[in-house]
Design a protein. Structure first.
Length: 300
């Protein structure tokens, strides 16, 4: 009996990396981000890459860049394709539900793969999404971290549990205070896990393993730590996984996950935004969790 070859990207990492190249700290110009994203989507690791994320205020730039048929010479000297595929875009709306209607209209040239809506009122955000969002477009609701402390976390997660939308949690930024410690992040992860509520994360997760940035001194969570902690329902156990700094320990734990555990993890932690696609891939390769495809595309 023949068996199907193993996927180039293991299920644990498929669709995990939303392309946030235009956001800080990467800040790639939109005109460069579009051909770079298309190159990612054509590469052997394409199954790991989610949509290109774009803020509401830059959709005109994105539309202009998307109309250009070929990659820039700086990105790829190969000839332009005969047709330009529709760009899969995730809309990031930091201005809340007031941006939703205009952004959906401005995104008409694209395939809208999701909406990420920031709000201070989860109920209001859910109502706006219910009213305006097409039924086949997923959404995530981000509430400021200061409103998720104490009983606020349970209140927000309960609101989202009664909706078709994911939660979104900010795991970093450009200042030290934007990074939650392991206890705060564990409270969010386990609160979602106990409810069966999916979520995505954003910012600060470029690397697989928890570490202190040698330049900024900021304490970064590792996305592999978060993946492994996503199956925990006990906050102390989740915090312990989040605090682990050994790549060898984390990689071993990832290799021993059962198919069921992988399904549970990815049904919970659906994706995260990263301004670099290369960094997380390089980290996984260094840990032995991802093997680059040696076969040229034209030879397959």
């Amino acid at each position: 009996m023949s068996t199907s070859p193993a996927p180039l990207v293991p299920p644990l990492f498929q669709g995990l990396f939303d392309d946030a190249a235009v956001f800080p700290p990467g800040n790639l110009p939109v005109a460069d981000a579009v051909p770079a994203h298309r190159a990612h989507r054509a590469a052997w690791y394409a199954d790991a890459v989610g949509p290109l994320l774009c803020g509401a205020g830059r959709l005109d730039e994105l539309a202009a860049a998307a109309r250009r048929p070929g990659p820039s010479a700086a990105q790829d000297p190969a000839p332009a394709p005969a047709s330009v595929p529709v760009l899969r875009v995730g809309l990031v709306l930091p201005g809340g539900s007031a941006e939703l209607g205009p952004a959906l209209s401005a995104a008409a040239p694209f395939e809208v793969a999701g909406v990420e809506l920031a709000t201070r009122d989860a109920r209001e955000a859910v109502a706006a999404l219910d009213l305006l969002l097409p039924a086949d477009v997923p959404a995530a609701v981000e509430v400021p971290r200061e409103l998720l402390r104490g009983d606020g976390l349970d209140e927000v997660l309960d609101v989202l549990l009664d909706s078709p939308y994911r939660a979104k949690f900010r795991t970093g930024g450009v200042v030290a205070g934007a990074f939650p410690d392991e206890r705060e992040l564990a409270a969010f992860l386990t609160g979602c896990a106990r409810r069966g509520l999916p979520y995505k994360c954003t910012a600060g997760l470029h690397n697989a393993v928890r570490h202190t940035d040698p330049v900024t001194g900021f304490e970064h969570h590792g996305f592999l730590n978060v993946l492994l902690a996503a199956q925990e329902t006990d906050p102390a156990a989740a915090a312990e996984v989040l605090a682990e700094r050994s790549g060898e320990v984390l990689a071993k734990a990832a290799r021993t996950l059962s198919d069921r555990q992988v399904t549970v993890i990815r049904n919970s932690f659906t994706a995260f935004g990263t301004c670099s696609i290369a960094e997380p891939l390089d980290d996984l390769a260094a840990l032995g969790l991802l093997s680059p495809d040696p076969t040229p595309q034209e030879d397959r």
